[in-house]
Design a protein around this ligand. Structure first.
Ligand SMILES: *Cc1c(COP(=O)(O)O)cnc(C)c1O
Length: 426
């Protein structure tokens, strides 16, 4: 297919995320991807700085992940999960129960991160019904969050940065506490919890669950906050009989330097959402972990079951590749390597800290965020990145990377070097 024809058809007929159908942002045609490299149809090879939105942590075209899918493909690519089970789903559940903190031992499979958030919310609401807490029908969250694009997930996204005004009157209205204000590494102050305590004190009986992205609020602002906040949340949730939902869709599986970001606080939520990197970025798939208390309470009352069951629930191909991905991420060298990636990014990006266009530099695990003083022109910045041989997709004031865990020192130096050069001309 001729590249220009392909781009022309794409422009006229295909929606891309968050862009106009009349005057869309440019898209780059990709031919293939291997390891950390994305190869364009026009021949350029780009070092991936985005892990395709937090997901492809073991690199593209990974031989072990490929083999896992191929092997499963020959057995069965899909079978319904109602009335059936299979080895890939059971093996994966064993791994997830082992890996995730504490008492999270019930697993619900679904299709995507957003759906996992919907599922978590439905679990919380059904739990409260089973407990006869009829007024506990709302959610609470902190400002500055992102939890996906489906209906209830949208309702707990940041009320300013999210899509609330667009769907006003139709998106459920939830309770918002201020964004956690103390940065990771900052000095903790107990008064940080006052607004949430006040909210729970006033409206606690109406709240089924508090949902938050642990330690790193990702897509809505790349804000990295003090883990002690999560201990405060856990304590308040226990005190007021509110469930705690940790949305680890972005942070899970090593991204912050711990296997799960909750571990920074030593906190176990009642419900945990997992997605993105769970399949190594191979397939759309997610899992919701819950405690036995949540699962058994829901089943103790009519209709005695949790009312959700997507067509592709527990898809064998996705489970098989997730099993391989979790085996890779559990290898003993992976978390230490992520710690090294953090150190190197801190070192290589330090020169940007005092540039006039830069407001803040934040690094944790395999995440590095340069916050600029002014919003960037995305199309222009992206073009500069491609010219530098790297793939970075900035948004708003944020120029950030979350590289793959398999990136080498040289590739990471090149990725960060490109960022420094681009920013030095801003
Ligand atoms: C990306 C993301 C979601 C939504 O996941 P999708 O797979 O895009 O539906 C939910 N929560 C968080 C924290 C995310 O980063």
């Amino acid at each position: 297919m001729d590249i220009n024809e392909m781009l022309e058809f794409d422009k006229c007929h295909i929606w891309h995320p968050y862009t106009s159908m009349i005057d869309p942002l440019p898209v780059y045609p990709v031919r293939s991807a291997d390891g950390v490299y994305i190869e364009l149809e026009t021949g350029e090879k780009l070092i991936d700085g985005m892990s395709s939105w937090w997901s492809t942590v073991h690199g593209y075209n990974n031989p072990l992940l490929n083999d896992a899918i191929k092997e499963q493909l020959e057995k069965m690519s899909h079978v319904m999960f109602g009335g059936f089970t299979h080895a890939p789903a059971v093996k994966l559940a064993q791994k997830l129960v082992d890996m995730t903190p504490g008492v999270l031992d019930r697993v619900f499979y679904c299709d995507s991160g957003s759906v996992s958030v919907e599922v978590a919310i439905k679990m919380a609401l059904q739990y409260m019904q089973a407990k006869d807490k009829r007024h506990a029908t709302k959610l609470a969250t902190a400002r500055g969050g992102y939890h996906g694009d489906t209906w209830h997930a949208m309702s707990v996204c940041d009320p300013v940065g999210g899509m609330h005004t667009l769907y006003e009157g139709r998106v459920p209205v939830q309770f918002f506490a201020p964004r956690p204000s103390i940065p990771f590494g900052g000095e903790w102050n107990d008064s940080e919890m006052d607004p949430l305590r006040e909210l729970f004190e006033k409206r606690g009986s109406e709240i089924a669950a508090f949902i938050i992205e642990p330690v790193v609020q990702g897509a809505s602002g790349m804000w990295i906050y003090h883990p002690q906040y999560l201990q405060g949340v856990r304590k308040l949730c226990d005190e007021y009989g509110i469930l705690m939902i940790a949305d680890e869709v972005a942070t899970g599986f090593g991204r912050t330097g711990r296997m799960f970001a909750c571990e920074w606080a030593g906190v176990t939520p009642d419900i945990m959402c997992l997605g993105k990197a769970i399949t190594g970025g191979y397939m759309s798939f997610a899992a919701v972990m819950a405690t036995s208390d949540v699962a058994l309470t829901i089943s103790s009352r009519e209709p005695r079951s949790f009312m959700h069951g997507p067509t592709f629930m527990g898809n064998p191909l996705a489970c098989a590749v997730a099993n391989a991905s979790l085996e890779l991420v559990s290898q003993p060298h992976v978390l230490p390597r992520i710690a090294e990636i953090q150190k190197q990014m801190q070192l290589y990006l330090e020169p940007v800290r005092h540039m006039p266009c830069v407001a803040d530099l934040r690094v944790l695990g395999a995440i590095a965020v340069v916050e600029l003083r002014k919003p960037v022109d995305m199309a222009r910045m992206q073009k500069l990145c491609v010219e530098e041989g790297v793939w970075i997709r900035p948004f708003g004031k944020l120029f950030y990377i979350m590289p793959q865990y398999i990136i080498t020192d040289e590739q990471l130096a090149a990725l960060c070097g490109a960022m420094v050069r681009i920013l030095s001309h801003e």
